[in-house]
Ligand binder design. Sequence first.
Ligand code: DGL
Length: 254
Amino acid sequence: DSGIGGLTVANAIKKALPNESIIYFGDTKHLPYGEKSPKTINEYSKKICDFLIKKNCKMIVIACNTASSVAYQNIKEACPETTIVNVIDPVIEYLSKESPSKKVGIIGTKGTINSGIYSKKIKEKIANTQVRTLATPLLAPMIEEGFINDTISKTVINNYLEKPILSGIEKIILACTHYPLIENIVKEFYNNKVEVIDSASQVASYVKKTLEKENLKSQQQAEYRFYVSDYTDSFEKSAKFFFNENIHLEEVIL
Ligand code: DGL
């Protein structure tokens, strides 16, 4: 991921698969991804995958909706020996099998929303569903700066959710891996009348199923390693919050 957002996915994977070691890369130097061009996101994503492949990862989870939207296909082609998972398909699968609905709202970065990927995939897989999308570019940097559960974050989030384009939705997809950290404020806004779907838990069960199917599950003691392209306090704090005090965090130049 570009920063701490993917930690929500890594944390869900840790809970679902306690014997799997995780090597996490947060590209904090280039954050936010949501504002960058697809070409640039592709370049960063490829470098990160090369790094992870050198570390012998058997699977790479693109724990970022922006990179999943614009770089997944290219990464899959460039890394044929490694299983690549994006954070969009598991959510579409959940929606089509478990929770179809007539009107779905989607919020995410400009990169994700402008790619049109969610609308395209939903149209392909689920009949009669209206999709309402809204780019919410202030949210990822706000969360990265630690504004998670206070008056500032509530004001910004409510301002976005009040937009007419989202009125009358039955479900909302948090199409950015940073957003599970503000999920409670979204739920509060809708007074629990709208289902809030985040990718972290869907991705974790998808990863589990895939490892089982490909016979890749580990039985060993798990280890967690964290790499960032630029050391930041907020990253260290969040990594400790999810993965306890003794985390191993290193800065690397790609
Ligand atoms: N967490 C990422 C996503 O899911 C990227 C946020 C950002 O860096 O803009 O889109």
